[in-house]
Design a protein around this ligand. Structure first.
Ligand code: NDP
Length: 257
């Protein structure tokens, strides 16, 4: 697998914490000799700290570019590829991981700003990132080459009460991903969706506007997955032989119903 990833340039969105952070480290550990990682999120300090962590663990074989990017801002995405240093421009893999859930609310109580931030980040941000990177993939041989790995959720398949907007965003990710796969079927561009169940990250804390006690209660009775568990699957999917597409994967902790 390391050989197949060697020399790749990889973008991870939402790399400042949780699944994205674990994914960056897992790519670096798997292919430590010759890899370029572009790590994006809003919290640039966390990305710079992660770059240092990766360097301390695997050395200089992995070049890391921490890049501040808010995926809910189309103008920042438009500027993303043109502003990359030349040596990072030939992107091979995009992990569309940035996402969030804000609030748990029945339909009449959904706040307009929560709805906007979830759609702008989880859906429009993911689509805009895809549009920004696809031209790089498409100019390669055999109709194009590259991987887009979208992080969906069980919530996109099984909506829950009080999660109408978040679930709708992840259902939208699922539809867009499937549609994209069909559009690109004649190429070598692989479209991959990985849908986690419960993973203990900052995600739940963000959902409750920082209330850790409420966040912890979400995992009652279930030993949640870790970001590392999902990262291993993302890197495994990216490391398959070019003709193998791990198209659609649901990952649960053992006791999640
Ligand atoms: P975290 O809250 O730990 O990480 C979310 C990441 O997304 C952070 O790095 C955050 O960085 C980034 N992010 C949020 N908003 C933006 C934005 N506007 N622009 C750029 N980056 C942004 O949660 P997870 O690691 O758990 O979440 C990662 C993905 O996994 C999400 O898409 C989530 O929906 C999905 N998921 C999570 C599950 C779980 O139980 N944890 C279950 C199923 C799916 P920053 O704040 O620095 O911008």
């Amino acid at each position: 697998m390391a050989k197949r990833l060697e020399g790749k340039t990889i973008v991870v969105t939402g790399a400042s914490s949780g699944i994205g952070k674990s994914t960056a480290k897992e790519f670096a550990r798997t292919s430590p000799k010759n890899l370029k990682l572009i790590l994006t999120a809003r919290r640039i300090d966390a990305l710079k700290a992660l770059a240092e962590e990766i360097k301390a663990e695997v050395g200089d074989g992995v070049k890391v570019l921490p890049y501040q990017l808010d995926v809910s801002k189309p103008e920042q995405i438009n500027n993303f590829v043109p502003s990359l240093p030349e040596e990072f421009k030939e992107i091979d893999i995009l992990v569309n991981n940035a996402g969030l859930v804000k609030g748990v609310a029945q339909a009449p109580d959904i706040k307009a700003e929560d709805m906007s931030i979830m759609f702008d980040t989880n859906v429009t941000g993911l689509i805009n990132m895809t549009q920004a990177i696809l031209p790089i993939f498409k100019k390669r041989s055999e109709g194009g080459r590259g991987d887009i790995i979208n992080i969906g959720s069980i919530a996109g398949r099984e909506p829950y009460a009080g999660g109408g907007i978040y679930c709708a965003t992840k259902a939208a990710v699922r539809s867009f991903t499937e549609s994209l796969r069909k559009e690109l079927v004649a190429s070598r561009i692989r479209i991959i969706e990985i849908d986690p169940g419960q993973v203990e990250t900052e995600f739940s804390v963000v959902r409750f506007y920082g209330d850790k006690a409420k966040a912890d209660a979400v995992y009652k009775g279930v030993e949640p997955l870790t970001g590392d568990d999902i990262a291993e699957i993302i890197v495994f999917a990216a490391g398959r032989r070019e003709n193998v597409v791990i198209a659609d994967t649901l990952v649960f902790p053992s006791h999640q119903a």
